[in-house]
Design a protein around this ligand. Structure first.
Ligand code: ADP
Ligand code: S3P
Ligand code: MG
Length: 196
């Protein structure tokens, strides 16, 4: 006789979703950290909508990020980014992957602090470089020495990313491993913080 064992224990995704409640989960970190890729996986596991802020900016402006930077400059891009993120965080829960500069902008960072739980995908220079040098759609890296530019951005931005609620180390392992670590960290963080 075969015996069917029913596994009634809630999955990691279900437990993280319950912990998150109505809050948005917002991924921050430098270019190549995996915000877009990991955010999508995390959203799937949570059964929540996923939005990438760069994709949303491209949709509303009907321009690519590179075209926006070229036509209007970084400052205008940041203004648009702040506006889009404010709108996206008004309702939840959803998983929002930001562009690398979003959390560095004070206004946007305050919106994220108010509107969600932030997760910094931290990564070292070689991991980031391996990933970003394969593509050329990032206007800030169109410099003479893009690896040095990435290093300069790390030095400037890492103290600010460090203000995020949660940090997860993005590294050379399968994306699913990192996504699971994000979910586990959410459960741990919310379990610890009695004010939430
Ligand atoms: N854990 C990982 N292992 C291997 N490749 C990854 C991992 N995380 C992300 N990537 C890849 O690295 C590249 C950059 O990731 P992306 O999600 O676009 O980063 P970000 O949005 O932070 O700039 C993509 O090609 C993505 O598939
Ligand atoms: O670091 C930044 O300032 C930027 C990161 C990009 O997003 P990813 O971090 O998803 O590459 C994109 O928003 C834009 O090119 C600017
Ligand atoms: Mg991205």
């Amino acid at each position: 006789m075969t015996e069917t064992i029913l596994n009634l224990a809630p999955s990691l995704g279900e437990r993280a979703k319950a912990a998150l409640g109505k809050r948005n989960l917002v991924l921050v970190g430098l270019m190549g950290a995996g915000k877009s890729a990991i955010g999508r996986l995390v959203a799937q596991q949570l059964g929540l909508p996923f939005i990438d802020t760069d994709t949303e900016i491209e949709r509303v402006s009907r321009m690519s990020i590179s075209e926006l930077f070229a036509a209007y400059g970084e400052e205008e891009f940041r203004t648009l980014e702040t506006r889009v993120i404010k709108r996206l965080l008004r309702t939840g829960p959803r998983v929002v992957s930001t562009g690398g500069g979003a959390f560095i902008n004070e206004k946007t960072r305050k919106q994220i602090e108010r509107g969600g739980l932030s997760v910094w995908l931290n990564a070292d220079l070689d991991v980031l470089w391996e990933r970003v040098n394969k593509r050329d759609h990032r206007p800030l890296l169109k410099t003479e020495n893009p690896k040095q530019t990435l290093k300069d951005l790390m030095d400037k931005r890492y103290p600010v990313y460090g203000l995020a609620d949660i940090t997860v180390q993005s590294r050379d392992v399968r994306k699913e491993v990192i996504a699971n670590e994000v979910l586990t960290s959410v459960i741990e963080y919310i379990g610890k913080d009695k004010t939430l």
